[in-house]
Design a protein around this ligand. Structure first.
Ligand SMILES: N[C@@H](CCC(=O)N[C@@H](CS)C(=O)NCC(=O)O)C(=O)O
Ligand SMILES: N[C@@H](CCC(=O)N[C@@H](CS)C(=O)NCC(=O)O)C(=O)O
Ligand code: FES
Lengths: 104, 104
């Protein structure tokens, strides 16, 4: 679908993309982690898009199997949610990924 | 109001009360902490009450100044959210409170 193509374009054209909800603390936490690492992700707040929000969430679920927020992509690759991203950081694997994706 | 009275009764008659939302990870985390401590809080899922959910949230905001979830009470006392409860736990202050409120 057109929406699916636009999501694919968004995640391949931006080093780091976070699909988020403004009032969700897990979304806030992952955005704060990137900020601390000096990374400016593209943040898409699904609750500020009107009817397109739930449609985008369905597309993300089709593409990644994940319907929850936050939904994180680095270098076009699906990373997962907040706990996944924090785990990679703690293992020292997140920063090399960010460098490789030219995010830092 | 009647709703305000019912909230006051609920928080005084139950040792631990958590106002929550089923899909919220911070609500999940605080419920999981109590479970690990062997405590069975009274959990009220605000997103499962229909129109009463937002009404209850307004009452909680009037009574505690907090409109967010999770909203935690121990022994009739307002504790705060997830980060507040976890902080008390880490400082060793949560478990004495739970014992005093006969929650454990
Ligand atoms: N472990 C996941 C949890 C994600 C999660 O459960 N997100 C919640 C909000 S905090 C959500 O999107 N809930 C909507 C739903 O479950 O339908 C992560 O760390 O991102
Ligand atoms: N620090 C607070 C954060 C609470 C919070 O922001 N909760 C969010 C959901 S995770 C909420 O209720 N958002 C609704 C709103 O902001 O209106 C806690 O630990 O509980
Ligand atoms: S909605 Fe509460 S942590 Fe996401």
């Amino acid at each position: 679908s057109r929406l699916e193509e636009s999501v694919k374009t968004t995640i391949t054209q931006n080093p780091v993309v976070v699909y988020s909800k403004t009032w969700c603390s897990y979304s806030f936490e992952v955005k704060a982690l990137f900020k601390r690492l000096g990374v400016q992700p593209l943040v898409i707040e699904l609750d500020e898009l009107g009817p397109q929000g739930p449609q985008l969430q369905k597309v993300l679920e089709r593409l990644t199997g994940q319907h929850t927020v936050p939904n994180v992509f680095i270098g076009g690759k699906h990373i997962g949610g907040c706990t996944d991203t924090v785990k990679l950081y703690r293992k020292g694997e997140l920063e090399p990924m960010l460098s490789e994706a030219n995010a830092k």
